[in-house]
Structure formats: C-alpha cells, structure tokens
Design a protein around this ligand. Structure first.
Ligand SMILES: Nc1ncnc2c1ncn2[C@@H]1O[C@H](COP(=O)(O)OP(=O)(O)O)[C@@H](O)[C@H]1O
Ligand SMILES: [Mg+2]
Length: 242
C-alpha cells in the first residue's frame, strides 16, 4: 500500500451515458487512465467535455454505465450506494467549486463532521489542527455566511483533509475565488498533498495550476488525451521526479 508504485485510481473503458429529453447522451466514451499513489494530476479541457462527470465517477460519487473504475483494488461497479459511501469515507476527500459547506454548522463543526460520522473520537482535536493549518484557528465558531469565499474554501479543504483521505479530488477549487486567494488555496493544496503524501486529482481551467501538477490529462468530447511531456516521455511507467 505504501509503495510509490501502488495504483490509486484506474479506469478501464469507462463509459457514461445519460438519458436526456433529446435522447441518449454519451458523456464519457471509453476512458482508460491510471493514477499512481502520491501523484498530482490535472484534468483540463473545454467546458462540457466531461471533466466533472469523470471526476465524480472516479471518486465513487456515481457509477458509470459501462466499463470499470477502481479505487485501489476496489471495483466500483460491484458496489451498491452504501458500499461506495463507506469506500469514500475510507479513501476519498472531495473539494467542490462551490465549497458545499453546511450553512447551519460552524467552521469547526463542518470540519469535524466526516471524522465524527466515521466514529473518530479525536474528530474535534483533528479538526482544530487542520483549521489551524489553513490559518483559520480564530474562526472556529463562525458560520459559512460569516466567512469570505476564500475562507469558506479553506474550511472545505480542512474538512477534506481531516478525514485523512488517500486521494483528494478537487473540481475547480479556485473557480469562485479571486487570483490572490486562489493562489493561497492552491499552495495549501500542494503543501498538504506533499506533507500527507495524498494523491491529488483536480479539474481546473487554470493553465498555471494544471502545470503545477505532475501530469495533465486533456479531455475533449468525452475522451482523454495525455500529451507527452517532460514528466512522462523518458520513463513512461515511472512516477516522475519533475
Ligand atoms: N446528468 C446529466 N444529464 C444530462 N446531461 C448531462 C448530465 N451530466 C452532465 N451532462 C452533460 O454532459 C456534458 C459534460 O458535462 P460535465 O462533465 O459537467 O463537463 P465539464 O465538467 O467538462 O464542463 C455537458 O454537456 C453536460 O451538460
Ligand atoms: Mg465541470
């Protein structure tokens, strides 16, 4: 499990088709990806190309209509909704563009919630430590509406890391933030990624942010295209040092 060669995420011909009023729409057209433990990977591409759909499926929020997706050795198509929730609790943190904090809970309560739900009796202590790490130790008792967008996203990041996920997914985590705040948030993501050895998979429109990741996967029309870059041209099977 701790080997740098462990595969955290894998898909095999992952397909997703939905019914719309205009008929069937195939959003993902046979995706094959492999992401190693500890890697940072950006998913980029035009709006509507299927990035969020792919992220949701590989994070186990939903299941594809065809093919297979794995979180470590677990094949997601074999699992029911409850089993997927348990698996997410064990492996996954997720940060959304729109923060998704619960408005009736304070910053501290929002961060504590996942660990508390999984029965961790140190939930509060850990939540306080993570809020301190994101610079919000003086805001523990504030409600989301009392916090700026950047502060809310920092709470969301603290919440994602508080459950100590092996894999962190972020869907345009800086999309609703100004450039300076976005920089603070992404520095934080990479810092926490490095300090915890967490695999980081993010969807972003921001080219600079994408370049900070070790690999970039380009989505177009429901398909993935991975460019040959410095990080994968010399040793295609190894985790890059770059
Ligand atoms: N549940 C759904 N029902 C119908 N169409 C959907 C559904 N989810 C996504 N789509 C469509 O699939 C395409 C890809 O969506 P999405 O994955 O959100 O793209 P991206 O994140 O790259 O902008 C879009 O055209 C979107 O409107
Ligand atoms: Mg999207």
């Amino acid at each position: 499990m701790k080997s740098p060669q462990s595969i955290a995420i894998k898909t095999e011909q992952l397909v997703h088709t939905v019914s719309t009023s205009a008929g069937e729409l195939t959003i993902l057209k046979g995706i094959d990806i492999e992401i190693k433990e500890g890697e940072s990977v950006a998913i980029v591409g035009a709006s509507g190309s299927g990035k969020s759909t792919l992220l949701g499926l590989i994070a186990g929020l939903d299941v594809g209509t065809g093919g297979e997706s794995y979180i470590y050795e677990h094949a997601l198509s074999n699992l029911n909704e409850e089993q997927r929730a348990t698996l997410r609790g064990e492996y996954i943190g997720f940060i959304f563009q729109s923060f998704h904090l619960l408005p009736s809970l304070t910053a501290l309560e929002n961060v504590m919630l996942p660990a508390e739900l999984s029965g961790d009796y140190q939930a509060q202590e850990k939540a306080m430590a993570f809020l301190q790490q994101v610079g919000l130790q003086h805001r523990l008792d504030h409600y989301p509406r009392q916090l700026s967008g950047g502060e809310q996203q920092r709470v969301a990041i603290a919440r994602a890391f508080a459950s100590n996920p092996k894999i962190l997914f972020a869907d345009e985590p800086t999309g609703n933030l100004d450039a300076d705040t976005g920089k603070i948030i992404t520095d934080l993501l990479f810092e926490l990624n490095a300090s915890q050895g967490t695999t980081l998979v993010m969807v972003t429109h921001d080219n600079k942010l994408a370049q900070r990741c070790q690999r970039q996967l380009i989505m177009a029309g429901g398909c993935i295209n991975e460019p040959r870059t410095r990080s994968n041209e010399s040793e295609s099977d190894e985790v890059s040092e770059a």
